[in-house]
Design a protein around this ligand. Sequence first.
Ligand SMILES: N[C@@H](CCC(=O)N[C@@H](CS)C(=O)NCC(=O)O)C(=O)O
Length: 204
Amino acid sequence: MKLYGSLTSPYVRKVRVLVREKNLACEFILADAWAADSPIPPLNPLGKVPALVLDNGEVLFDSPVIVEYLDSLKAPPLLPASGEARWQALRWQALADGVLDAVVSRLLESRRPAAQQSAETIPRQEAKIARALEYADHHLSNGPWLMSDRFTVADLAVAVALEYIDFRYPHDWRGRHPRLGEWCAGIGARPAFVETRPPGMEQK
Ligand SMILES: N[C@@H](CCC(=O)N[C@@H](CS)C(=O)NCC(=O)O)C(=O)O
């Protein structure tokens, strides 16, 4: 299998963390989705990374799809197979992916010339991020994991999202949510997180 992506994309990082956590054989191929000669559009019509090329030539895209596929290859599952636990895990992942979307959207808007920026976009995305942090803090368990008694896709996705906030929208969210900050530090110390942190980014 070949995973195409960049070192800074948080969607790619979700997949890289899972590959490392499950010790799967998967080659990582650096690819810039924005480059004029990018190899991505022929693989993913949406032109986005991550894209996963399987050994039979099939291509999977969209990080939740890739995460679920790779998770299915080797036990124990990080995504619960059925029942309430599955919906809860998928909801955590949706929350985390929504935070990534909001941080990316905020970042792209902030990079536009000031005169062309919309007055609403940045505050609107920041409000989504603030509400998601509130939600995560409110639904935090007392233990090291968001769900059950072990590391799941919920922990993976939410910790990647929190660290992406640090990377692209640095602000003192830990001051408001210290328990969430402590939880994130615990997950972020796992080797899979340490090894996939974007270049130049330190753990908080
Ligand atoms: N929903 C997608 C989002 C992927 C995504 O937006 N990737 C960004 C990199 S961070 C990208 O490739 N952007 C290029 C573009 O939008 O043209 C996923 O979860 O995989």
